[in-house]
Design a protein around this ligand. Structure first.
Ligand code: NAG
Ligand code: NAG
Ligand code: NAG
Ligand code: NAG
Ligand code: NAG
Ligand code: NAG
Ligand code: NAG
Length: 621
């Protein structure tokens, strides 16, 4: 999630053909349809002998089984390397701003001096930079002590469904590089937008969870508790520090992620790779890095996707990563939440075309048998008054503006939605050839379906909705709230814009499935318990609201699958550990805590509950 960056925005809803939500006013106490007979009104009372005989059952977590064979999803790199231009690999070491010795090999435009210059150029945007935390080399994992793997007491109220997840249901947990890795200027990594996004924030952090060195322990902990899929992002700035085609590939980065993937597989898990997660190389802002902080005309931040060299460079980078790892990676995400970082119409054009090229490369040239998709952000916009046509229209506009700009061309081979063409004057028209090429270039719809938002039209005084710096409504041009028609919030509130809205998730899945006709993976969902960071550790670990969020959402997903006929392929929880939210360590989205002094992790109750919910609903084979 990108907490702060997303806070101000979000809206949704498009032609929801059937299943419109309605408010039904009624009276009387809650019906108890599960109660077949009425018990007599007069109980009888009696004495007995009291003893502490109540027994509690404790169980150990069931780890993922060790692999007995290794599935492959494409040929190895040696058989695919001819699909990309010849690459040169090299290494650069680490950048320390205090270094007294400097490289002088400026004759080599990709040498150490040029690489250091990338960091020197970023220096004005680096506040209180620290390059190293506790670790500077990969830590060997140790087995998780069994004492840490005892399941917590259940919450009293819980799911009562009898459904199973379909065979092969994907369940996993996610993080992203800039939010957990640290080692930000180590082993050849160049600076990215994520490294400077929060430059004026006291919580700008360069060390985060030191996952770059602790990845084996982090994966070991997930395998021990029974998590099947591990979703992570690879930073472009590690693979290709100079970003562009023709520049050398960082040997240390390839080795690092190859080793990470091997370790995931050795533990019986499967990897999910995202190619870009808000971490655009800074070179794409070269003309003026400060434009990173500009307010976009489409999304919420300037990801520089509109840069004239971005498209070809990204596709080149994606091909390098895919050819190296396609043999072992079953699930690929090209762009994480592209809407959030689209600066303008050219950014959107870049995203869909780059995505389609990589999809074709993966399936037509690599012949990969895995799946390629995108993760879409959008807090499903529901109309405040679903019986009022103007509210429904506003909600449709909201969702179309955020989703149909990608979904129409990629999933349906259809043109952009009207609302986008009206509001974004520099949108790039799509030709029939473009649409034919893009149609069907995704194997799943990834949705980061955190919660909903309630949409109503702007008032007359707020219209027309113009793109001016002071207009807080642009580009959504709708009113958003988390209060429903009768005054109540739509659900239990977290620290951020996430509310517990499980029944709306089912609604949202129907919307996406019926509109975009694609299998769905819930690629992120999560709940930052309000003020959790201020609680003593033992209370942070007993995170019942987060468990309630996950279990209720997954109960509704089962209803989507079995009662609504919606093809949901899997769920990936955000996040496997508390992490850096682009300028903040609170809100905490994690299912584990991190001690920021020692880097020690502790499982929270919700991670046990998440895994147990799925294991209990997995048909024994
Ligand atoms: C650079 O030196 C300053 C002052 O001694 C120190 O506070 C800082 O941590 C050093 N930075 C790095 C990256 O070593
Ligand atoms: C940088 O560190 C100094 C000294 O600790 C502190 O006063 C200042 O607030 C920090 N700046 C930011 C932006 O965090
Ligand atoms: C676009 O990116 C390239 C690096 O590939 C850079 O040289 C150029 O200055 C960037 N353009 C702008 C407008 O920032
Ligand atoms: C760089 O971009 C910032 C943000 O848009 C702007 O305020 C500044 O004037 C620009 N600087 C130059 C030299 O163009
Ligand atoms: C992919 O399949 C095509 C068509 O069958 C074939 O020509 C090509 O050689 C295959 N590529 C690889 C890398 O196996
Ligand atoms: C529909 O909503 C609009 C905007 O909130 C409002 O002005 C109008 O009165 C509503 N119409 C009805 C029939 O409720
Ligand atoms: C972090 O760990 C240290 C050492 O075990 C401990 O003293 C400290 O209380 C921990 N911090 C938190 C916030 O739990």
């Amino acid at each position: 999630m990108g907490g702060k960056t997303l806070l101000s925005v979000f809206a949704f809803f498009s032609t929801l053909v059937d299943a419109q939500q309605k408010y039904v006013l009624t009276t009387g106490p809650t019906a108890r349809s599960q109660c077949s007979a009425t018990t007599a009104a007069s109980p009888t009372f009696s004495f007995s002998t009291f003893a502490f005989t109540q027994s509690e059952t404790y169980r150990y977590a069931i780890p993922v089984p060790s692999p007995t064979s290794t599935e492959t999803f494409a040929a190895p790199f040696s058989a695919l390397s001819s699909l990309i231009p010849h690459i040169v690999t090299t290494t650069w070491g680490s950048w320390n701003p205090n270094a007294t010795v400097t490289a002088t090999d400026f004759h080599d435009k990709y040498g150490s001096a040029s690489w250091s210059a990338l960091w020197e150029n970023a220096r004005p945007f680096l506040t209180n930079f620290t390059s190293t935390g506790i670790y500077s080399t990969t830590v060997s994992p140790t087995p998780v002590p069994s004492a840490e793997l005892v399941l917590p007491p259940r919450d009293y109220f819980g799911p009562t469904d009898c459904y199973y997840f379909p065979d092969g249901f994907i369940y996993g947990v996610a993080g992203s590089a800039s939010q957990i890795e640290g080692a930000i200027s180590h082993e050849g990594k160049a600076p990215s937008a994520a490294d400077i996004i929060a430059k004026d924030d006291p919580s700008q952090d360069y060390v985060t969870n030191e996952n770059y060195y602790l990845y084996k322990q982090d994966i070991e902990r997930l395998a021990a508790i029974g998590v099947k899929y591990y979703s992570f992002s690879i930073p472009w700035t590690r693979i290709l520090p100079f970003a562009v085609p023709g520049s050398p590939v960082n040997r240390q980065a390839i080795d690092h992620y190859s080793d990470l993937i091997d370790f995931v597989i050795a533990k019986g898990m499967l990897p999910v790779v995202t190619l870009i997660h808000f971490d655009t190389p800074l070179q794409f802002y070269a003309a003026n890095v400060s434009t990173l902080y500009e307010k976009p005309s489409v999304g919420y931040n300037n990801g520089a996707y509109q840069n004239e060299t971005f498209l070809d460079s990204f596709v080149h980078y994606g091909k390098i990563v895919m050819t190296h790892f396609a043999d072992r990676v079953p699930l690929w995400v090209t762009f994480n939440e592209p809407f959030v970082y689209c600066q303008n119409g050219h950014s959107v054009d870049t995203v869909i075309k780059a995505h389609a090229q990589l999809y074709h490369f993966y399936h037509d040239q690599i012949n990969g048998t895995g799946k390629v998709g995108m993760k879409n952000s959008n807090l499903f916009g529901v109309p405040l008054d679903p019986l009022n046509a103007s509210h429904v229209e506003a909600a449709n506009d909201f969702n179309n503006f955020q989703l149909a700009i990608f979904g129409n061309p990629i999933y349906l081979g259809k043109d952009y939605p009207a609302v986008y063409k009206e509001r974004v004057p520099d949108y790039v028209p799509l030709t029939k050839k473009d649409l034919d090429y893009m149609k069907g270039t995704a194997d799943f719809w990834g949705t980061d379906a955190y919660t909903i938002t309630v949409i109503s039209p702007l008032s007359a005084s707020e219209s027309p909705c113009l793109n001016t710096p002071s207009n807080v409504f642009y580009p959504e041009c709708e009113q958003q709230s988390w209060g429903g028609k009768f005054g109540w919030n739509v659900g239990y509130a977290s620290q951020t814009f996430v509310y517990i809205t499980p029944t709306y998730l089912r609604h949202y899945l129907s919307y996406l499935w019926n509109k975009y006709r694609s299998p769905i993976i819930v690629t992120e969902f999560g709940f930052p318990v309000a003020n959790e960071a201020a609680l003593p550790l033992a209370q942070q670990l007993f995170d019942s609201p987060r468990s309630q969020y996950y279990l209720s959402f997954m109960s509704e997903i089962l209803k989507s699958i079995w009662e609504d006929g919606v093809q949901v392929l899997g769920v990936i929880a955000w996040s496997f550990v508390d992490n850096w939210e682009f300028g903040d360590f609170t809100p905490q989205y994690g299912m584990q805590t991190v001690n920021r002094t020692t880097q020690e992790r502790h499982y929270k109750k919700s991670l046990f509950d998440f895994v147990d919910f799925i294991q209990a609903r997995t048909w024994p084979n």
